[in-house]
Design a protein around this ligand. Sequence first.
Ligand SMILES: Cc1cc2nc3c(=O)[nH]c(=O)nc-3n(C[C@H](O)[C@H](O)[C@H](O)COP(=O)(O)O)c2cc1C
Length: 333
Amino acid sequence: MTMETRYLGLKLAHPVVASASPLSANVDGICRMEDAGAAAVVMPSLFEEQLRAEAAILERLTESIADHYAESLSFFPSIGTYKASSDEYLETLQTARERTDIPIMASLNGVTAEGWIEHARSLESAGANAIELNVYYLPTDLDETGAEVERRYADIVHAVKATVSIPVAVKVGPQFSAFGHTARSLAAAGADGIVMFNRFYRPDFDIDTLEASRALSLSSAEEIRQGLFWLSLLHGKVDASLAASSGVETHEQVVKYLLAGADIVMTTSALLRHGPEHLTGLRDGLEAWMEQRGFSSIADLRGLMSIGRVSDPTAYERANYIQLLEEYEVDSG
Ligand SMILES: Cc1cc2nc3c(=O)[nH]c(=O)nc-3n(C[C@H](O)[C@H](O)[C@H](O)COP(=O)(O)O)c2cc1C
């Protein structure tokens, strides 16, 4: 039996991948994930805002040197001692690349297709096997149209692809009016893969203090359903790899995502809850399930439950929905 799979053109030993989180922020963390059996690891994101702030600091330091150059060369050390967190990120990536054998993906998180994207080249030089581009964008401008939002995503993908030669995946949320078309536009803009889905962290209100609270809640297995639907619809219909993300707690969700049509399945919350060693159980659970059912490869089960083959998925889904509502029994007790 083989559990090998391909993602973004990379060969992975199996489909279970550690998604971006603080667990992969340092070399030891990445090595621990490899030891636990991760097929690949995504590092946490470098943010556009962070990269812009660092560039602004460097510019100020450089200006200060230029202003005082005539007076003293002693200003030079100030630039030498400035260590950006993006430099540390590159060092972590480079060392992790040397110490591990699994693919390591670096992550960039931004919302414009401007200068910061150049940083993708440094990630490639530091040894990233691929870049995951997280476009965490909330369109709060009520004049911005859906088409403009999609254009923004495609422009960012296009700009990053023009900067590097390694594969680029784009991680998106599900809030598009026609996600299938969005996925195709992203592939047309050059995305080698689409990660479905990002979780958007929304504020809550504290009704005692009348303040907004920003607690970060981890996901639950219920959350796979939206991804299951879109994966099963898009399987075989988009010219890009498909990664499932959100709600993987046990190997059962891994199996379901693969049956829907995912090329790989990512997990973060479960690893934060149970530790990186939980990866071993996810991989072994998938393997045991495949053995029990007599599947000899991931390719044999991928997309088996895809609804893409249904001639009219919209009518099919509506029929399911109507039936569900009709069958619901009110608990009279
Ligand atoms: C504490 C924490 C930190 C995260 N940091 C990042 C990040 O830096 N970049 C990113 O793209 N996603 C980040 N994520 C999102 C995860 O990679 C993942 O997409 C999300 O948690 C859904 O997967 P899950 O249900 O398996 O947790 C983070 C999630 C958590 C909980």
